[in-house]
Design a protein. Structure first.
Length: 380
């Protein structure tokens, strides 16, 4: 089985420096270096599909552009790349979301993947009119995904749940193919939703031992439901021809972190209700002097950015080795990013992917099969 790689569309802006934001913190000023225009995001999308990335994650939140609208526009400027659209189940009705996904599939030729984000920050949720607490939000997510999945199966749905109620809900046209659902979360409530309803469980880039524990936990929960899931990981990458060049780039990014910005971002993230975010913070503790938390795994990004806060840093060979290490744990999908996203896609796509292909771990998903050799007729 070939590993699957996804890239990232920086709808909060891009830069040669780290663009902070997420989990209730605003995007940093560096996000204005390259505004997230459709033209620029389309450049990234076309590069990603040429290099062999299957899809591209688009974030959700007040700090970035809307994922549904942006990807719908960028899809018209690309050909094969799928879009892993992050969305919050509490912000749209399940019937409308199921319909939107069905329309997206037809208009793009089946290029939609969905990342269900329950939302870990109550103050941000309240800005959108959502006043449920965290555990209630997860229960609502479960009801939401139950309705959506049944609608996609062509069923007429009646549900009077704790948080959602639909009556005689049905779709005139179901999506073909049905979008796969990606989902992450480290709390017990998140685990129950993942086990019942999702296709791919995503974890942020924790050290391998912690990732192995998460995989075992979710596998056990899914087995009780008679289900099996795939597993993915969300990481940044800094990969160069030599290890020294890669670490020099990491140190350049670190040197660009304003101490007051780090202090402000860390204070904001410390208030996060997300268990996954707290696990990210624990990896570095706000300190700059112990950021390599596992060989080639660097926690520096998390000093100024919410959510995914670790990066694989090293030579192309070293990064390929770390990817193989995560794969041995059960990770089959990698959702990656790097600053700036256009250039870093090429560093990874031209440096790491060929090495994984040589090991038999990856093949280009859009590569055309080799043409058969021409038959030369015998002379009579």
């Amino acid at each position: 089985m070939s590993l699957t790689f996804h890239w990232f569309l920086p709808t909060n802006g891009d830069s040669r420096h780290v663009v902070g934001g997420g989990h209730g913190t605003p995007a940093t000023a560096s996000g204005r270096d390259r505004p997230p225009t459709v033209a620029y995001l389309s450049q990234i999308a076309r590069a990603a599909e040429d290099l062999g990335f299957v899809g591209a994650l688009t974030p959700t939140g007040a700090w970035c552009e809307d994922a549904w609208l942006t990807t719908a526009m960028v899809s018209q400027q690309s050909e094969r790349l799928k879009f892993l659209v992050a969305f919050r189940p509490g912000f749209v009705s399940p019937t409308l979301a199921a319909q939107m996904a069905s329309t997206f599939q037809r208009q793009t030729g089946g290029r939609l993947l969905l990342n269900a984000v329950t939302g870990g920050e109550s103050h941000e949720q309240r800005a959108y009119g959502d006043f449920l607490d965290k555990d209630a939000r997860y229960r609502r997510t479960g009801e939401f995904l139950q309705i959506v999945r049944e609608l996609w199966e062509g069923k007429t749905v009646d549900l009077a749940g704790e948080h959602l109620q639909v009556e005689d809900a049905r779709l005139a046209r179901v999506p073909d193919p049905v979008p796969e659902i990606y989902f992450g979360g480290s709390s017990p409530a998140a685990g129950e939703v993942a086990a019942r309803y999702v296709d791919v469980y995503l974890t942020w880039g924790e050290p391998p031992a912690q990732v192995a524990e998460k995989i075992a936990w979710i596998r056990g929960l899914a087995a009780k439901q008679g289900r099996t899931l795939r597993f993915g990981i969300r990481l940044h990458v800094i990969t160069r021809d030599t290890s020294e060049q890669a670490w020099a780039e990491a140190h350049r990014l670190l040197d660009g972190f304003d101490p007051e910005t780090v202090k402000s971002v860390q204070a904001g993230l410390a208030r996060s209700e997300s268990e996954g975010q707290q696990r990210m913070l624990a990896l570095h503790g706000g300190a700059r002097d112990r950021l390599e938390i596992h060989p080639n795994l660097w926690a520096g990004i998390g000093l100024v950015r919410g959510g995914a806060g670790t990066a694989l840093v090293g030579s192309h060979e070293e990064v390929a080795e770390r990817i193989a290490e995560y794969h041995r744990l059960g990770i089959d999908e990698f959702v990656l990013s790097g600053y700036p996203h256009l250039e870093e896609a090429y560093w990874f796509g031209e440096g790491v992917l060929p090495r994984l292909a040589a090991q038999g771990l990856w093949r280009h998903p859009f590569a055309k099969p080799a043409a058969p050799a021409a038959q030369v007729p015998f002379a009579s």
